[in-house]
Write a protein that binds this ligand. Structure first.
Ligand code: GLU
Length: 313
C-alpha cells in the first residue's frame, strides 16, 4: 500500500465523516464521558506491509469502553478454553441494546454473546480468579502495542458512581448461577477494563494483530492463538456494533467493535487494522462518523470481506 495514496484517502475520509458528527451526541450516562471534545475526529491505519498512517485527532486519549470486551474475551478463550467460556455465554446477536437485560431475564439462561454488557460481565467473572487487573492492563499494552495505556481513574469512578444498571445485570447473572465469582469484584474489574485509555493508533495496532491472526506484525511473535482470533473476528462481525451489526456488515463488511467512548476498531483480514476516534455517537451507541468513514474506505480499497479477491491490491 502506497503511503501517499493512503494519506490522501484518509484526508478525504475525514471530510466524509465530519458532517455526521453534528447529528450525534456524546455519551452522558457516564457523566465523566461528557468531558470530551465532541468534534474530535481521528483515523489511523496500520497495514500488514508496514505502512502506518494517521490523520486528525489520532493521539487523543479516550476510554476504550466496550472495545475492551475483545481483550477480555481473547484472554478468557486463551486461558479458560472455548468450552468453559461458551458454556457461560452464547455467540448469537441479541438484537437488543448493549445494556439490555430483558432477553437475559425472559428468554435465556446465559447472555447472548460476549459483546453485550451481560456477556462481558460474565467473562469478567471468569477472569477474576485467574488475573489481577494489572495483568490485564499488561495484556492491553501488548495487544495494542502501546506501553502508555493506563486506567482513566476519573472515568472509572464516574461509571462506578452510576453503575446501577450493570449492577442489576450482574446480580441477575448471579441469580441464574451464571456468575460464580464475587459480583462486586466482577463489576469493578469489568468497569476498570472499560476505563483503559487508548488512542486511534492503539486501536489500529490491535486491529492489525487480529488481521495477522494473532501475530505481532513486527516481531512475528504469536500473541494469540489462531483459533481464538478467528472466533473474535467472527463475533466482531456479527455482534461488534450491537443492534446495528447486521446493517453495518452489509454496508461496510469489515469486522468492527465500537465503544461508547467514541472508539472503533476494525480488522481487515490479512491486510490492515483501522482505529477511529470520534465521541459523537448514534442512538445505538456507535461512533456516528465511523460508518460513513469506513464505508468510504471499504469502497475505495475494496475492503468489504465479500469484495472480489481479484479486485484487491
Ligand atoms: N462501560 C460501558 C457500559 O458498561 C461500556 C458500554 C459500551 O462501550 O458500549 O455501559
Amino acid at each position: 500500500m502506497d503511503q501517499n495514496i493512503l494519506k490522501s484517502k484518509l484526508e478525504t475520509a475525514l471530510k466524509v465523516g465530519k458532517p455526521a458528527i453534528f447529528f450525534g451526541e456524546v455519551a452522558t450516562y457516564i457523566p465523566e464521558l461528557r468531558n470530551v471534545n465532541k468534534d474530535d475526529l481521528g483515523i489511523s491505519v496500520y497495514t500488514k506491509d508496514g505502512v502506518c498512517c494517521s490523520v486528525g485527532d489520532c493521539d487523543v486519549r479516550f476510554t476504550m469502553q466496550s472495545i475492551s470486551k475483545i481483550i477480555s474475551l481473547a484472554v478468557a478463550l486463551e486461558e479458560c478454553g472455548f468450552k468453559r467460556v461458551f458454556s457461560k455465554v452464547g455467540m448469537e446477536p441479541s438484537g437488543e441494546a448493549f445494556n439490555s437485560l430483558v432477553e437475559l431475564d425472559l428468554n435465556s439462561n446465559r447472555p447472548f454473546n460476549p459483546m453485550i454488557n451481560s456477556g462481558a460481565l460474565t467473562i469478567a467473572s471468569l477472569l477474576i480468579p485467574k488475573f489481577t487487573f494489572e495483568e490485564m492492563l499488561e495484556y492491553a499494552r501488548i495487544l495494542c502495542m502501546d506501553p502508555d495505556i493506563d486506567m482513566n481513574e476519573a472515568v472509572y469512578k464516574s461509571e462506578m458512581d452510576h453503575v446501577s444498571r450493570n449492577r442489576a445485570i450482574a446480580y441477575l447473572l448471579e441469580s441464574k448461577g451464571i456468575i460464580e465469582s464475587d459480583v462486586e469484584e466482577s463489576l469493578s474489574f469489568y468497569t476498570k477494563m472499560c476505563s483503559l485509555n487508548v488512542t486511534a493508533k492503539s486501536l489500529a495496532n490491535f486491529g492489525l494483530i487480529l488481521a495477522c491472526d494473532g501475530r505481532h506484525p513486527e516481531t512475528g511473535e504469536q500473541l494469540l492463538q489462531n483459533e481464538v482470533v478467528r472466533v473474535i473476528k467472527t463475533i466482531m462481525l456479527t455482534c461488534g456494533m450491537y443492534d446495528g451489526s447486521g446493517e453495518f456488515a452489509v454496508h461496510v463488511g469489515i469486522p468492527t467493535k465500537s465503544g461508547v467512548g467514541g472508539g472503533l476498531m476494525s480488522v481487515v483480514d490479512n491486510r490492515m487494522g483501522i482505529g477511529i476516534y470520534s465521541p459523537s455517537l448514534d442512538p445505538k451507541g456507535n461512533c456516528i462518523a465511523g460508518r460513513p468513514i469506513l464505508e468510504y474506505l471499504s469502497q475505495e480499497f475494496h475492503l468489504h470481506m465479500f469484495d472480489h479477491q481479484d479486485e484487491k491490491e
